[in-house]
Design a protein around this ligand. Structure first.
Ligand SMILES: Cc1cc2nc3c(=O)[nH]c(=O)nc-3n(C[C@H](O)[C@H](O)[C@H](O)COP(=O)(O)OP(=O)(O)OC[C@H]3O[C@@H](n4cnc5c(N)ncnc54)[C@H](O)[C@@H]3O)c2cc1C
Length: 344
């Protein structure tokens, strides 16, 4: 258990924004968290807002946080059931996501190897429904353990009740800010079937491997290699990964855009809707590699906004707003941030 006051969050967000939290509380067990919530009820700080964070790899702090920041240090992995081809693991929310992926690939527990190299912690995987290379966390999530931040009551909810969608869940909507995720249960396969639905991954693997010899560790290695080529390391250049979600537009609007830009990339969602990569839209508006003061658009991947040094949250937010305006003016499409803006 660890409580700090007027505490800098610079090491707790991958944009490297230097803001402070009134109170920062880290817990290593569910009991430590529930005791803290009970104490808070009788403290002069009881009306302050609470925010649970992970590694801060999807957060943009706009100013100092005038409240309580919570962070899990529960990091254990428990095998709760095992059959011939399936294993269910109960994983602490404070474990680094990629350490969990490494543990699974090493032990031959399959299903999340395509999600190798994603920053952040296990708790946030269930909030964000992280995804990459044709796989989403919700493909393997079975249940989520929660603690109510107001009452301290524990709750277990099934995957169905998490209402998962593209980078979306009940925790970003109806349950926003209400619960701490303390454990996530994943159902993994002990039989390996590579998911090569993502074209760039398939091409890479086709060139390098005999398909029959592929292992989850090979996929992990190739995914990390692909990611390293296009994403900046937050330890070197502050960022939060993809800043915007890929917009889904009506087919009618897409057809109009395609008339002017025959090369527009797209994925068909259904007969009436098409998804267009936000990176392409941003690049067409001339933003790739541009800086506005200390905030910039990454030159290898325009979906990533970066802190070029000394940026405050407002610098990044203003750049994001300018990008949204130009994409709207040129294509009539509204971009929506994937990153969570935090203001208090
Ligand atoms: C270089 C880079 C690459 C990335 N690539 C990808 C990618 O390929 N795919 C992808 O999906 N994302 C990607 N991301 C985004 C990010 O890694 C994910 O969103 C990740 O899940 C965030 O985890 P975190 O622990 O840092 O959560 P934070 O950013 O700290 O928090 C994210 C949200 O989850 C909530 N939260 C976190 N932990 C808990 C908890 N225990 N209980 C309750 N609420 C909680 C927070 O309140 C917040 O709303 C990338 C980010 C970076 C910097």
């Amino acid at each position: 258990m660890n409580t700090k006051y007027n505490y800098s969050l610079v090491k707790h967000n991958t944009f490297g924004i230097d803001v402070a939290a009134d109170i920062f509380f880290e817990y290593s067990s569910v009991e430590e968290l529930t005791d803290f919530i009970a104490e808070m009820k009788h403290s002069p700080e009881k009306n302050k807002p609470m925010l649970h964070i992970g590694e801060g790899s999807n957060l943009l702090f706009l100013n100092d946080f005038k409240g309580v920041i919570l962070h899990s240090q529960i990091k254990n992995i428990q095998r709760i059931s095992e059959r011939k081809n399936v294993i269910v693991l109960r994983v602490g929310s404070g474990l680094k996501w990629d350490d969990f992926v490494a543990y699974c690939t090493l032990n031959g527990f399959c299903g999340i190897e395509n999600l190798s190299g994603i920053p952040g912690e296990v708790g946030a995987s269930a909030v964000q429904n992280i995804g990459a290379y044709g796989v989403e966390a919700s493909d393997t999530i079975l249940r989520v353990e929660l603690v109510d931040l107001q009452t301290g009551k524990k709750r277990l909810i099934s995957k169905k009740d998490c209402q998962y969608g593209y980078r979306d869940s009940i925790f970003k909507n109806e349950f926003k800010g209400r619960y701490a995720v303390t454990y996530v249960h994943y159902k993994l396969s002990k039989k390996f079937t590579p998911n090569l639905s993502y074209k760039a991954l398939k091409s890479m693997v086709d060139v390098k491997y005999e398909r029959r010899q592929l292992s989850p560790t090979d996929i992990r290695k190739e995914v990390i290699h692909l990611r390293d080529q296009k994403l900046p390391d937050p330890n070197i250049l502050g960022n939060a990964g993809s800043f915007f979600m890929n917009p889904v537009v009506e087919k009618q609007l897409f057809d109009q855009i395609q008339k002017d830009y025959a090369q527009v990339p797209f994925y068909e969602i259904d007969e009436e809707h098409v998804k267009i990569p936000a990176a392409w839209l941003i690049e067409q508006c001339g933003w790739k590699g541009k800086n506005v003061g200390p905030a910039g658009v990454y030159d290898k991947q325009p979906l990533v906004l970066v802190n070029c040094g000394g940026a405050v949250g407002q610098d990044i937010a203003k750049l994001a707003e300018s990008i949204c305006q130009s994409v709207h003016a040129k294509f009539g499409i509204d971009l929506h941030p994937e990153v969570n803006f935090i203001a208090s």
